[in-house]
Design a protein around this ligand. Structure first.
Ligand SMILES: [Zn+2]
Length: 231
């Protein structure tokens, strides 16, 4: 299959988040069905879903159910005092810590750090509240989320893209799926490079894409997940 342009959905949740029931194996199969080349599993405060998905990917590949070049990135949506940060390619879970510590910990693990939905808040999510210029002086931030399919008003994504451009940051994008049917509603597109996604982020070559048409619907029904999990 032609792999000139790759599509990765870089924000989604599994059953290891308190507001989702998604099974990692089914997430991978759904992503393949949607024509994606890779996903990042980014549970709230947990790396378990990401690690589990990597394990499931190996099994699925050995049975020939998933293309050999499909990639799963283990990640986490880390809660900080200044909003949420998406951490990619990490090995150790990061608890809720101040923003600057979260960025340091991601860097220590040779991970990629991206600010999640900088202009969107909700019942669970937080908008970004730190002064980005100050943060960038001392800490390494690779990207910010230029498209999140759960942002109800288009302005939130547009402003995020402007912010990334202003500070010369790469952009990540994702569905923020809490249900399987959302996977692929947001993604980055990039030309295949030898260094894969890492190189694309480094070169600021990832293009955010997707549709937020059902954002309000999906965010509303996610609240039911939170309640069901508490019972
Ligand atoms: Zn999320």
């Amino acid at each position: 299959m032609e792999r000139d342009v790759l599509r990765y959905d870089l924000h989604m949740h599994s059953k290891y988040s308190k507001d989702s029931f998604n099974e990692p194996k089914l997430m991978i199969l759904q992503a393949v069905r949607m024509g994606l080349n890779g996903i990042a599993v980014t549970d709230h405060g947990s790396i378990k879903g990401g690690l589990k998905a990597c394990e499931e990917l190996r099994k699925l590949k050995s049975r020939g159910r998933v293309p050999d070049d499909f990639e799963v990135v283990a990640g986490e949506e880390v809660m900080t005092d200044a909003g949420e940060v998406l951490a990619y390619y990490i090995q150790d879970e990061i608890p809720k810590v101040p923003l600057e510590e979260a960025l340091d910990r991601i860097k220590e693990q040779n991970g990629i750090a991206s600010i999640a939905h900088p202009y969107s808040r909700g019942v669970i999510r937080k908008a970004f509240t730190a002064d980005i210029e100050k943060v960038l002086k001392k800490h390494k931030l690779d990207a910010l989320e230029g498209f999140n399919a759960r942002i109800v008003l288009d302005g939130g994504n547009r402003k995020a893209q402007q912010l990334a451009t202003k500070h010369n940051l790469a952009m990540t994008a994702g569905s923020d799926a809490h249900f399987l049917s959302e996977i692929g509603r947001g993604y980055v597109e990039f030309k295949e490079l030898p260094g894969g996604l890492r190189e694309a982020v480094k070169k600021k070559a990832t293009i955010p894409k997707g549709s937020n048409r059902l954002a309000f619907f999906y965010r509303s029904i996610t609240l039911a997940n939170v309640l069901r999990k508490k019972i």
